[in-house]
Design a protein around this ligand. Sequence first.
Ligand SMILES: [Mn+2]
Length: 249
Amino acid sequence: MIYVMSDIHGNAIRFNSIMRQIDLKPEDTLYVLGDVIDRYPNGIRILRRLMRMPNVKMILGNHESMMLDALDRFDENSRDRKYALDLWYWNDGDDTHESFKHLRKSARKEILDYLHSLPLNMEIEVNGKTYLLVHGGPIANYAAYGSRYDSLEEYAVWHRISGDEPDLSGKTIIFGHTPTAEYQHNNPLEIWISPSGGKIGIDCGCGFPDPLSLERHPAYGRLACLRLDDRKVFYSEEEIPEEVEEIVW
Ligand SMILES: [Mn+2]
């Protein structure tokens, strides 16, 4: 079986709930579309677990890209490095950095090497259908939508697909990064499938804060996992406070 999930954002409760439900077998493959780290505190732990699993394939998210910029792409003490670290912290990277700092040097190097090796997009075929897996944007649309970004990587990890963005011919785009609250109103959030079927958004706000704080969004976030063989969707399960279930927006 082929599974896809995205934007775990360090939330171990939601990640473990999904892993229990899908009960991944050695012959299955799990694709993780980036943003494993940041926001919730267990990003490094989850990332290391995924790295150890031979049947997990990951693509780069903007949070991993920010981490690489902050730690491994510019000279120490350079302005670029300082700016990158500020940007990462501003996007809730501080807990990730803290747990990263406490690892042995060899483990830190392993993680950075792994992140450097991640592709921006991946194309897969399941039951004769072609899927393009992306975090933010499909490389094929870089010319059309990439002008405001400094590089192909920046575009691929940060671009927000809009509901009316044209489909790619012959391929279904599966993307994370932009919570599906952008396209539809559900509480808790659900996977979004465009009317044409050519785009599927699977970031169901796993990284959202507690909605009672109304800090960022009133709807409840959860982790979604799509099984491509039969299009079954799994959602993380946890106790949702009654007050949250009553929020209509
Ligand atoms: Mn993202």
